[in-house]
Design a protein. Structure first.
Lengths: 218, 218
DNA sequence: ACGAGGCACCTGTGATCACAGTTTGACAGG
DNA sequence: CCTGTCAAACTGTGATCACAGGTGCCTCGT
């Protein structure tokens, strides 16, 4: 049997990084919801490894505020207050706005086509009430844009914020009964990017980033 | 003997957090310089503890890019390229600009007085070529402003960026022979804040954040 | 004298064990 | 039936040991 058929990213990486990435991906798309509790030994058993790598991954996620870790108590997915969520989306707006503005001149025609595909994926996921697929396509849409800003550190920070707001957004989407509220702002974003209008792109992205606050705003 | 005379923040916290904070403080003020190497067991011996807490702290710092951690090789303080440094200062500019704008209406007269004191401390440290004291006062100056923006998550992110740019700034300051280049822009910032001019404060802070790029720019 | 190979020491990573505080559920008493 | 209490099982944290890979110096051969 050839090895090529197996997943390959494992060997050069560390076990700790494996579970870290796994948790991060789950938070990003809302496969973990606010209040969910996570145990070191349970996760270790699921992954078939010792508790050591898992504990490191959880501690790191707690440090970057993707999880809460009280002393001697189980790690949990943070249940943000509206104020905390608003703060996060405020940061996302300024950070993603700047990234979009810087990325505008560097988007290729191929990129724009990919963005349109992501938009369509989001549309069908939204009407299916499939929060996970929706958030996944949404993240890939934004990540592609920001990656063209040629600033890796900035991309990391934005990704972190997506991870932290993921569970909140998933909770918000799942709490809706009517999927009517969705308006295809993303097409406007793609149009602005295509025209090379950096200022407009920035404004639209800022608006889109703040959209997540529309849930539960009291 | 009374316990009140001892440092108190220790007991409720974890050993791992202790060495984490210690390293972070050292990076922030440039007591660790780019290229410096850090060993788990050495640090553990210095702190009189097992290697376990130290490894967690180092891994966390590596994760937030405050240290580099190649596989099976010693952790080191990153020696940033000019491009990477420029990226970081670009992020600082947009993030700190936004924070300053939001904080402007909430600064008290007492805050402004403290800011002026920090400015004076920076001045004397600069003329003494004391990079550590300079960076410490500089950080406290900025941190006080941003703390008034009432956005803890934003404050965390900015602090992280200070930690990451600390060694670079220290290297830059120490490489200068003449301390002539220092211009007291901070007084202008305080003046703008005192007048409640949010837009001007933002612009001045952005300018100040980009100042760190003036070293070694090729 | 110079270069290449090898071995000893260094590094981080993972496993296993011991410990202390927290949570939870069951059982006894009102 | 409700409530207060206690014990067992859970939680994360820290220590110690074993392992594999990387680095560099020292020696042996030419």
């Amino acid at each position: 049997m050839h090895n090529h058929s197996e997943k390959f990213p494992d060997p050069p990486r560390t076990l700790s990084a494996t579970v870290y990435d796994d948790l991060r991906a789950r938070l990003l798309v809302g496969r973990l919801l606010p209040g969910d509790t996570i145990s070191i030994r349970t996760l270790a058993a699921e992954h078939g490894m010792s508790a050591m790598p898992v504990r490191e991954a959880l501690k790191q996620l707690a440090l970057e505020r993707a999880l809460t870790g009280a002393l001697k108590r189980a790690y949990r997915v943070p249940d943000l207050t509206c104020g905390e969520a608003a703060n996060l989306f405020q940061i996302r707006a300024v950070l993603e706005g700047g990234a979009a503005e810087a990325a505008t001149p560097h988007l290729s025609a191929r990129d724009l086509e990919t963005l349109r595909r992501r938009t369509r994926q989001m549309d069908v996921a939204w009407h299916k009430q499939d929060a996970i697929r929706f958030l996944e396509a949404n993240f890939r849409f934004h990540a592609l844009i920001y990656s063209r800003a040629r600033n890796d550190a900035l991309l990391d920070l934005i990704e972190n914020l997506f991870v932290r707001t993921g569970p909140w957004l998933a909770k918000g989407i799942l709490s809706l009964d009517k999927p009517e509220d969705w308006l295809g702002e993303h097409e406007a974003i793609v149009a602005a990017l295509e025209r090379g209008d950096a200022a407009l792109s920035r404004r639209l992205i800022e608006e889109d980033a703040r959209w997540g606050m529309s849930f539960f705003q009291s």
